[in-house]
Ligand binder design. Structure first.
Ligand code: PHE
Length: 471
């Protein structure tokens, strides 16, 4: 079965960056940076990307390209069809599948916001009306199911096109558009919100804020989510890469682009909110309630709102296609055609996404006894499956993959120095797994946040309060 290949290394980098840059960068990162006090958290996050995120991403790409198979197929290729390590691949397939079910619901809200900005619905609306609007949108069964279905349908249509005609073609166009919108919005904040812009920069890069020890857990968890690692997306995309491309450079570039977009999103959002003296607020409310109201106040308010929601949607779509591609590649590796694989996976995701989409609506929430399917899926994937997947990938690539194969793959097409290989291997074998185990012990309740704070506060914290930099 011809699995397909990227046309160039750039196409691979754009698609992988497309997977990484998503709702996590624009919707979640600004919020967690804010609650964790700004500057120091940003530095901590950069360390997490460098010491854990980037090494794990490279490990995934190496495993994928060397075997030219998806998460399950690559383990079978190296360890045989009976190996228990196949469980690692299955976990990745399950994680991407589960993630798409709730990711699509949020992307569906974004879609509704694009339509609302297009028809000029936000013009002249009061702050409280934005809250009512979002609450009624998020509690409408039809809009939730409809929005996530349209999002899934678009993702499936792209995946059906195949690696070159689908993923590559769309990412080659959508990613430059996405970065372009981002830069324009950033320049706009710089000029029209100049006071807010300098406050935002100060907040993000000053070392005044207080950092709690357990922020490490949040930074690391988010690094996994944001870089799309721990569930085989980078592995699958790497498996479509030809043997002459430089994987080391590609991984560095993807991690750089992902972090760059997250920081730009902070600048855009903080400039507006800090400039207007508004509390940044909690995560869902931030992007869907507070921000559109504040954007709407500007002279080109409707255009800014429209651009921002298009940006968010493109980011979600290029991530959504990678979430469908991982389970589809599993079936393709089993011998099914791309069309059959994509449609089977799409149908299954659609069925599971319905309870997710309905769990925010009052009538269905009552039927589920107050239990939120959406939150359960989200927490299961973000807190457990991605870190566990990342841990297993590190152990597999670090210890099980034959030495010669790993080394060969690392250096094929790359002019990286030997010392970087040694450092990378130490990170993958020991440092990253150790850190991930600590996150998981925390999530499982064996180490509490308070214990973390007391271990790390002297190292990371500062006695200064945050007052000088918050509005
Ligand atoms: N990286 C995406 C984001 O930041 C989420 C994602 C995770 C997408 C894993 C695909 C795979 O939103």
């Amino acid at each position: 079965m011809n699995r397909g290949h990227w046309g160039s290394r750039l196409a691979f980098v754009l698609a992988a960056a497309g997977s990484a840059i998503g709702l996590g960068n624009i919707w979640k990162f600004p919020y967690i940076t804010y609650v964790n006090g700004g500057g120091k958290f940003v530095i901590l996050y950069l360390f997490c990307i460098l010491l854990v995120g980037l090494p794990v991403m490279l490990a995934e790409m190496i495993l994928g390209r060397s075997t030219q198979k998806g998460p399950v197929g690559s383990v079978e290729h190296i360890s045989g069809k009976k190996s228990g390590w196949r469980g690692m691949g299955m976990l990745g397939v399950f994680a991407s599948f589960s993630m798409m079910t709730f990711y699509g619901v949020v992307a569906g809200w974004v879609l509704s916001y694009i339509v609302l900005s297009l028809i000029g619905r936000f013009n002249g609306m009061q702050a409280s009306e934005f809250s009512t609007l979002f609450t009624s949108l998020a509690s409408s069964p039809w809009l939730n199911v409809g929005g996530s279905t349209v999002f899934l349908g678009l993702s499936l249509a792209i995946v059906l096109g195949g690696v070159k005609q689908g993923l590559e073609k769309f990412c080659n166009v959508l990613m430059p558009v996405l970065i372009g919108i981002m830069v324009l919005l950033c320049v706009n904040s710089m000029f029209s919100e100049s006071e807010g812009f300098s406050k935002a920069i100060k907040f993000m890069f000053s070392m005044d804020g207080e950092l709690k020890g357990h922020a490490i857990l949040e930074a690391l968890g988010h690094a996994f989510f944001s870089l799309s690692i721990g569930m085989g997306a980078m592995l699958t995309y790497g498996s479509y890469m030809s043997k002459d491309g430089d994987l080391v450079k590609s991984a560095v570039l993807v991690a750089f682009l992902d972090t760059f977009v997250a920081l730009m999103a902070c600048i855009i959002i903080f400039s507006t909110l800090l400039g207007h003296g508004v509390e940044v607020g909690q995560s869902v409310g931030l992007v869907f309630q507070t921000l559109p109201y504040e954007f709407a106040k500007a002279s080109y308010g409707s255009l800014i709102n429209l651009s921002f929601f298009i940006l968010l949607f493109l980011a979600a779509l290029t991530s959504g296609i990678s979430l469908v591609e991982v389970p589809a590649a599993y079936l393709i590796d089993k011998g099914y055609t791309r069309n059959t694989s994509t449609l089977i996976i799409g149908g299954l995701i659609w069925i599971i996404s319905i309870p997710c989409a309905l769990s925010g609506t009052p009538e269905w929430n009552a039927v589920f006894g107050g239990w939120s399917f959406f939150d359960t899926m989200d927490n299961m994937v973000s807190w457990y499956l991605l870190p566990l997947g990342g841990l297993l990938i590190c152990l597999y690539v670090g210890f099980v993959m034959p030495d010669k194969m790993r080394k060969n793959e690392y250096f094929t097409g790359s002019s990286s120095a030997q010392i970087f290989y040694t450092v990378w291997l130490i990170l993958v074998r020991f440092i990253a797994p150790m850190i991930v185990v600590v996150i998981m012990l925390n999530k499982l309740g064996f180490i509490t946040n308070q214990e973390f704070d007391s271990y790390f506060s002297s190292m990371l914290g500062s006695s200064k309060s945050q007052e000088s930099i918050t509005p």
